[in-house]
Design a binder for this molecule. Sequence first.
Ligand code: PEP
Ligand code: MN
Length: 341
Amino acid sequence: MIVVMARDATPDQIRDVEERILGWGYAVHPIYGTERTVIGAVGVPEADKATYLEQLERLEYVESAIGIIRPYKFVSREFQRETTRVTVGDVTIGGDGVVMMAGPCTVESYELTLATAKAIRAMGVNILRGGAFKPCTSPYSFQGLGVEGLRILRSVSQATGMSIITEVMDPRNVETVSEYADILQIGTRNMQNYDLLREVGRGRRPVLLKRGMWAKIEEWLQAAEYVLLGGNHDVMLCERGIRTFETHTRNTLDLSAVAAVRELSHLPVIADPSQGTGRWSLVPAMARAAIAAGADGLIIEVHPEPAKAIKDGAQSITHEAFAALVDACRPVAEAIGRRLT
Ligand code: PEP
Ligand code: MN
């Protein structure tokens, strides 16, 4: 059950609603927004809901009270009809535009990162990706440059005016990464790291939450719910492929999940055809397909010389291939009434 307080509700009135809910024996999860307060009542049995909803709606300081049966509430379309718009620099994600984010899998050096940033910037991309803390299956492979990588990203951002998206893996690093990044990426392996989700929920940086490679859509949306419950509503979901029996591709990019999540949730959805396929030759086709399926944006791995990339070279595309990809995506976006930003 979600109770949306009136815009001008006073602290006493908010407390009154919270106490009523607590009095009925349920837990309250208030979110004190800048415009209004929303109170989640968790654990209310179906049988009692109608009575309570009616009682709450009768209060003049309650705007609406809604019963939501799904295991996630604040991320659901029932809770909010319009797609959430996340603003990063001068880019809006979740509006009419389809937003491109691109850059190397991992930050290798200032020079290489700057070269890619300048190339993609010239193609109209304003959000630069690049991992500084890398989650690796093998403890022997390159783990990222860490804080040095964050410093490089900041310098490149200052030189180009681009916003930065980079991964945070550890709740203890959320504060540090937030100083350098405009968007915090939660990787597939950390989708159910609840301490990390809670920590980014307490912060104010927009979050890109990747789908766990094993995760059901419902589990993914519940993971997003953790972040919203912390008070941070700037969450984007990212489909990056799931594990299936197929081995030709690194993962199976689940585009039905892109369409499903748009139905179920108001959060913008991004597709990652790079991790999603693991093969550079498949990235352009899946980028176009993701836009057609309704993705609000794409995140793509680009490298000046993929054959020499430290990580994910097999799925990274050259600057030239990225330019061609952008040109090929434009008419697809327009065909469904959107535009590439
Ligand atoms: C990445 O974006 O380079 C990455 C490691 O992503 P994922 O968590 O989806 O594997
Ligand atoms: Mn990668």
